[in-house]
Design a protein. Structure first.
Length: 325
């Protein structure tokens, strides 16, 4: 029996995206150069699923395997670490291109910047990435996890040297707690992968950090003589990864971008009803639906489109982790 696939076609009218420059090729190149300066950096594999592509009558099918990223089994560290670099660059009046691993771990940085506490809320991988980066860059991290978080994820964050707690709060309230504590700390800042009104700059930096994964993928495809994918499949999550991938590949192929399919597992169906609800409510009342994170669902999943190609196409699937090797 085939699993049920629920989908919604993106019927939002096309417009000029004023935020597209966030994921410009230049910004992504800076993010990738930053990550390449880490001694732990290596390009993660792009698996060529030739057999499955043949079965599906596709010209090619590829999976970007992020289970190898910095030994953390997830892509999230790309975003949190680059946001830290952008923040430190801004505070010291430097360009982020100067924020190499060697500089960020040097005595010179201690004189120029000192030490900051990076606060965040997480149910796992984002907080672990923030803790990992803070530890290696000589900074502090405070991570709050919502009620029901597993001990394994708690331990993975704690072993990176962060101050970590599991609160009797849901995810939304953990974000609010982290934001409040960051404002009260002498040198504190919140690094969160979700945006809200008045807090958009750091989430945009996190998206740029995710761009490293997209840039690697584009380069790996060219090495396989695939200049342009026709379809990109990406996890929805809170929307930062999806927005990053859409932004990068649209900037890379401005005249003919791929078709984007934003997907989520059945257990995480918030994005799909949010998209459908936005279409209904925008037509009748102009109101944006709210989700359990307290933000607009449409901000978290803008690009839902499903296509059935009549001829062989090339597709990429970007996974945060496969869960096995």
């Amino acid at each position: 029996m085939q699993p049920e696939i629920r989908w919604v076609v993106n019927a939002m009218p096309k417009s000029e995206d004023k935020n597209l420059p966030i994921m410009s090729i230049e910004n992504v190149e800076k993010a990738r150069a930053f990550h390449q300066s880490f001694p732990q950096y290596s390009v993660t594999p792009l698996a060529n699923l030739a057999g499955m592509a043949t079965d599906l009558v596709l010209g090619g099918l590829f999976v970007k395997d992020e289970s190898y990223r910095f030994g953390l089994n997830a892509f999230k560290v790309l975003g949190g670490s680059f946001a830290m670099a952008r923040y430190i660059a801004e505070e010291t009046g430097r360009d982020v291109s100067e924020m190499t691993y060697d500089y960020l771990t040097s005595d010179e940085l201690l004189k120029d910047f000192g030490q900051t506490t990076f606060f965040t809320a997480t149910d796992g991988n984002h907080g672990r990435g923030v803790a990992w980066a803070a530890h290696r860059l000589g900074q502090r991290a405070v991570v709050h996890m919502p009620k029901g978080s597993t001990k394994t994820r708690f331990d993975n964050i704690a072993k990176e040297g962060a101050e970590v707690t599991i609160e009797e709060l849901n995810y939304d309230d953990c974000v609010r707690l982290a934001a409040k504590e960051a404002t009260r700390a002498e040198h504190g800042v919140i690094v969160q992968d979700t945006a809200w009104d008045g807090y958009e700059k750091i989430p945009s930096w996190i998206m740029q950090g995710y761009g490293t994964m997209a840039a690697e993928t584009a380069e790996q495809l060219r090495q396989l003589e695939v200049n342009r994918p026709t379809h990109v499949f990406v996890q929805a999550g809170v929307g930062s990864l999806a927005g990053s991938m859409v932004g990068f590949f649209t900037n890379l192929f401005p005249d003919d971008p791929p078709r984007f399919v934003v997907m989520e597992a059945g257990a995480g169906r918030l994005s799909l009803p949010g998209c459908a609800c936005w279409r209904r409510e925008s037509a009748h009342r102009g109101r944006r639906p709210r989700d359990h994170h307290g933000g607009s669902r449409v901000r978290r999943a803008k690009h839902h489109e499903l296509g059935h190609p009549a001829q062989p196409r090339y597709g990429i699937r970007l996974l945060p982790r496969l869960g096995f090797r």
